[in-house]
Design a protein around this ligand. Sequence first.
Ligand SMILES: [Zn+2]
Length: 388
Amino acid sequence: MRTGDQTLVKEWNQAIALDLLRSRGPVSRAELAQLSGINKATVSNIVEEWLALGLAEEIGPGPSSVGRPPMLIRFNPRAGFAVGIEIEVDGLRGVLTDLDGQPVYREQVAAADLADVARAVARLHDLIAALLRAAPQAPLGVLGIGIGVPGLVNFDAGVVQNAPNLHWRDVPLRDIVTGAWPYAVYVDNEANAGALGEKWLGAGMDADSLVYISASTGIGAGIVLGRDLVRGAGGLAGEFGHMVIDVNGEACSCGGRGCLEVYASLTSCLRRYQARRGERVDADTYFARLAAGDADAVAAMRETGEYLGIGITNIVHGLNPERVILGNRLADGGDVLLAAVERVLMTRSFAQPYFRTTVSLGRLGRDACAIGAASLALQAYFALPRTE
Ligand SMILES: [Zn+2]
């Protein structure tokens, strides 16, 4: 075997063992060897490295049927941290997470001037600085910074290609942030990040495949298969907001017509409410009225949910994911939204008895994108080494 191969085998063994420790721990060294198929001597060496790094800790002897009880080892999620940030149209939302993706600190910045890239970057740096200040001392320190952006992102290049609601074009955000901070930086579409957040820590933890629908001003979606995002050849995968549901329909911000987001976004829900009441209200007022049982607010949400249900029926026919998760601002419509979506899905699909897709509300609420952005950094740290 060549030296390169040996290094790769060592990295694989470490990654597999660490993954098992995180998902199955606390475990003994012998159990870890058995679960991973790695020999005991190698496992012992790996564990010694973890203990030295602070990535794992011994927590005392476990139960034993015969002989000396084995020492149990558990993963230490506070050995390091990650920064996750969501850039929204009207502000920034940040979290500092531990190695399990659990938020340990949150900070929000309201800002109306994010269309100006230089100002947005200045605010982003302020938020990163605040999140880093909040990071406790830890052996691995901060592993990286993830950023979710509402737009089309070239993930490999770290470039925001087109964010229509922010009016950004070709912004090399990763290089900008990397130039200011000594950390690995990951930039992805906000719905992709949200999908990863719900997969990592929320409503998709037990699903092998999921589609996360981020419905707010517009509609985006993230597709996760196994543990990985499906980005598509050009980063376009999941742009279901621009799936045409009415060939001769209304004009969309993308330049097309009859796109799903024209009928099923929060913007369209507010428009329906306004049409019923002859009164323009902001999202906070609308949701307060919905929560209070305002009949027009309920009707507007129900109708919006029916359109979203049409879009989701198309998604289920195309991808048949195990779970569809409703997230971002429109998901504050809660059970009214969910029931409308489910009703349409159950009656519009010929395959309904067979498809086994379930729809649920996200579990992370508005934190999904920021947590998912942080998990981009965590995932890179815990990933199996690349073989190509
Ligand atoms: Zn469109």
